[in-house]
Design a protein around this ligand. Sequence first.
Ligand code: MN
Length: 372
Amino acid sequence: MKTLAVLGSTGSIGTQTLDIVRKYPDKLKVKLLAASKLSPLLKKQIEEFKPKYVYTAKKDSLEYEGITYFYGDEGLKEISDLEIDLFINGIAGIAGIKPTYYLLEKNKNLVTANKEAIICLGEILKDKYRFIFPIDSEHSAVYQCLLTGRKEDVSRIILTASGGPFRNKPIEEFESITVEEALKHPKWKMGKKVTIDSATLMNKGLEVIEAHYLFNISYENIDVVIHPDSLVHGLVEFKDGTVTANISYPDMRIPISYAISYPERWEIGANHICLWEIGKLEFFKPDYNKFPLLKIAKEVGKKGSFYPIVLTVADELAVNEFLEGHIKFTDIPVLVERVLEKSNFKDPHSLEDVISIIEETKHIFKNITMET
Ligand code: MN
């Protein structure tokens, strides 16, 4: 029996994690449910899974007997002391940074889909990243491919990108892209933030940086290939020219369940691949003119220091502005670049440094959007 903490339990990763718990009640027990607020869905989850602990970011009045309730910043530190086998971080965006930090500091086993936290803490917590098991599908794929050889024999990591909904859209039409269009991902069902990031290819840019920190591999040895079928999720190339690929239908339950069941693999009701029905797999070179954020992200990653933090925050804020209808789709990369140009900080060495870079970046972003 493995005990689980599900952080972001009401989100896309959280609800799919709980689906797996429902399938394997004899193997998994939810001990902690955590979400931003006490929503009707969280209440339903509490009643169904009867966790010992509940956490919400904002303080609320929780009326359940026998449940220890945590909230706020203090609560985050307290939950990272709990004796739980696996902490699953399905929190979206930079809100996931603090819990990631506290959990890694306590050497907890962290299963995480929260790439923003991995990126923003990369410079200060690199030595703790061996406690991380990735859920991000590409990184789960690479993790599995790496098991087929020795780390010192790896020559390249290749991440696949679906190309998003605008792969074939002419660049002249990008200005008029609506929120609705950008939220229609052709292959994956995900939260809003990551869906917009997939449409700009920023998601892949962030994943390159995530891969750099998670697998401790240099940027020269990380490639991105457009693969609209979304069947090959990640590849690892070894010195002798052999490439190991991870293939499955796109289904987030696969990387989630693998991270939970590792080293076992469980039947989770995923469709199995029929190769002759698929027939062929297509791969393309990324178009940096249409998707400048992919290129910007790689450059930012190479610069290191505070730059990946600024990139992550500026993108999250720009995506929010787009979702709220305040800016155009094509303004997202423009805003991100302007924020990067205006940012200059000392190298981060602590969580406090990271938080202050985040706050300063928010400030810079606000000033820029007020000017325009
Ligand atoms: Mn991904």
